[in-house]
Write a protein that binds this ligand. Structure first.
Ligand code: HEM
Length: 573
């Protein structure tokens, strides 16, 4: 994922499904207090009568029972459990749309193994809330703007729910697993990493990498289009590593991280063997994480030495350590209130820094790759839009296409930025993020989500709402440039690409700047052809969404405009 959807997969994984106390709910009815209590409290008297009947059946001492009696007892217990499962499901479901009965034991498990956008859409369109269950996990899916935002902004009722594999892979003490006030305070300390000044430094690093990758793509002699999804992932990976850790990581190690990191992505599939035994995907992912952590910790240690010597900030780790050193001086200031003192960046250990960098890589990798792949695809399929992007580029860069990109210049690229925003709206990389209820959650006047349920805010309908985005299936960058009275600007609540509330994406400015900068550089350096196949518009749901044909492109060099050409003429070449 890996994106944040990696933290929060599109549906519960087997590892989430079969671990911990909840598994006792399914298999250990006789010993699990929560399960039997809830059953006995059932409004339907059948639950109580069923439990009494079972108790009377198992009462006779086993040594006196015939094999037939034992068999009958076992079958009765199983049948009662299956009936109870249905009763519990129906009770939790109440009036909401969703299957009337749940498939015994597994629920929608098979569907969750093969996620399908069309099936998801059916659920989202069936009502603002709909339900399903996978194994014993009761799931409420929210599809309206109001319900989705309510979940994301009700931290007293629901918190992000990550698969168990995620915890063992990115370490249980990673900050992303914090909630409430400790989470809020930790996040405040990270805001320094994405200031305009910091972003400016990152831009310099990014451009060098884009140019190198584009040159490699252009050097490909094969005249036919080929899948670029993985190559774009590599571009993102190297950009992230260099932005986060600069030259503290050698070229060889950067390559190694890119290769090994794939093991982490693979381990976040929806279904995975839950115990990290040698040979399993989770085991391989943990080994990869150990290697990656070592490099990030070493980067933090090297940066501490350089920053203490007053050297230049060259990457995110440097920016962080510099902020830490500056805050040390600030903290000495006797005029500072206790609150400000608490929020100021405290000292972070090498391991803490490495864990945050790991969380960024983990949260951004797949989402950024999905966003980049669709951005290239969307503009290639709509030459008029790409022409307008180029026109803006030629106009703003005023004849110097090699001039370094700056945050100020990116700010001026109104059309290119709108194009990025619109591409993210049309194909949001993360379509849903699972949360878990901490207590009964009165989500609206008519329905309360039970405690311990998975509650999934999903973004697709908000981002394709015709009220906010007329002609929602068309790519219309102009809708973001129509002023404050436009439907898009009047409905900013619908813009949920990066979530909302205390866990909203911390990297969203950086992410949009990266995508704008890539499109800006690519549009003047290359022409590209997208081979449209029957699968180009079909969506593969991994942790994020991708075109099923893995985006087939052919890149060729774009001629430099001759002296005296107007931006319009240059763009039309
Ligand atoms: C197009 C790219 C990206 C998309 C679509 C995306 C989307 C998201 C979404 C939907 C969430 C969950 C929000 C919620 O629960 O309300 C999230 C969280 C997060 N994202 Fe992103 N993201 C992207 C890029 C990035 C980047 C580049 C970084 C880091 C540099 C990043 C770091 C994070 C982190 C750390 C969180 C968890 C924040 C928390 O729990 O406080 N993301 N992202």
């Amino acid at each position: 994922m890996s994106s944040f959807a990696a933290f929060r997969p599109a549906a519960p994984s087997l590892s989430a499904g079969l671990t911990g106390k909840q598994a006792g709910g399914l298999f250990g009815w006789n010993t699990n207090k929560t399960f039997s209590n809830t059953a006995l409290k059932g409004q339907n008297g059948f639950a109580r009568r069923g439990t009494d009947a079972i108790r009377s059946l198992v009462m006779p001492p086993l040594k006196d029972a015939s094999p037939l009696q034992i068999l009958f007892t076992i079958l009765s217990i199983v049948a009662s459990l299956l009936i109870l499962e249905q009763i519990m499901y129906r009770r939790k479901k109440a009036h909401l749309p969703g299957p009337k009965w749940t498939t015994p034991v597994v629920g929608k498990f098979l569907d969750s193994m093969k996620p399908d956008l069309a099936k998801y859409k059916l659920g989202w369109d069936s009502g603002p809330l709909s339900v399903a269950s996978v194994f014993h996990i009761f799931i409420v899916v929210a599809s309206s703007v109001d319900h989705t935002r309510k979940i994301l902004n009700s931290s007293q009722y629901a918190e992000p729910c990550l698969v168990n594999a995620a915890k063992s892979i990115i370490c249980p003490d990673n900050w992303v697993f914090l909630n409430g006030k400790p989470h809020l305070d930790y996040r405040k300390g990270l805001n320094n990493l994405f200031t305009a000044r910091a972003l400016e430094i990152y831009l310099g690093i990014q451009q060098e990498i884009y140019k190198r990758y584009f040159s490699e793509w252009l050097a490909d002699k094969d005249p036919n289009p080929k899948p670029y999804q993985m190559l774009m992932r590599d571009l993102n990976m190297e950009t992230s590593l260099r932005v986060f850790c600069g030259d503290y990581i050698t070229d060889n190690d950067a390559k190694l991280v890119s290769e090994k990191y794939w093991a982490i992505t693979m381990a976040l599939e929806l279904v995975n063997f839950p115990i990290p035994l040698p040979g399993t995907k989770v085991y391989r992912a943990i080994q990869a994480r150990k290697m990656v952590m070592k490099l990030f910790m070493s980067a933090a240690a090297q940066s501490k030495v350089r920053m203490a010597e007053g050297e230049e900030v060259k990457c995110l780790t440097d920016a962080w350590i510099k902020a830490m050193l500056d805050a040390r001086l600030e903290r000495e200031n006797p005029e500072l209130g206790s609150d400000a003192r608490r929020i100021l960046v405290r000292d972070f250990s090498d391991r803490e820094i490495a864990l945050v960098v790991l969380s960024f890589l983990f949260a951004s990798q797949d989402a950024m790759s999905s966003a980049l792949v669709y951005l290239f695809q969307h503009v290639a399929d709509r030459p008029e839009i790409l022409r307008k992007v180029r026109e803006e580029q030629y106009r703003l860069r005023a004849g110097d296409l090699d001039a370094p990109l700056t945050v100020d210049l990116i700010d001026q690229m109104e059309y290119t930025r709108s194009c990025v925003k619109e591409s993210l709206r049309l194909k949001p990389p993360v379509i849903m993020v699972p949360y878990k209820t901490l207590k009964p959650f009165p989500i609206d006047a008519k329905y309360t989500v039970p405690k311990g349920a998975m509650v999934i805010p999903s973004f697709w309908n908000s981002l394709h709402d015709p009220q906010a985005y007329p002609q929602p299936d068309a790519l219309k960058p102009e809708r973001w440039m129509e002023g404050k009275d436009s439907p898009a600007q009047q409905n900013t609540r619908n813009w949920l690409v990066f979530g909302s509330g205390p866990h909203h994406c911390i990297g969203q400015q950086y992410a949009q700047m990266h995508l704008t900068a890539v499109l800006s550089a690519a549009s003047v350096m290359m022409d590209w052809e997208h081979e449209v196949t029957p699968q180009s518009e079909q969506v593969e749901i991994l942790c994020c969404i991708f075109p099923k044909d893995q985006a087939r492109f052919k890149f060729t060099p774009r001629p430099t405009p001759s002296l005296g050409m107007s931006p319009e003429e240059a763009a039309a070449m």
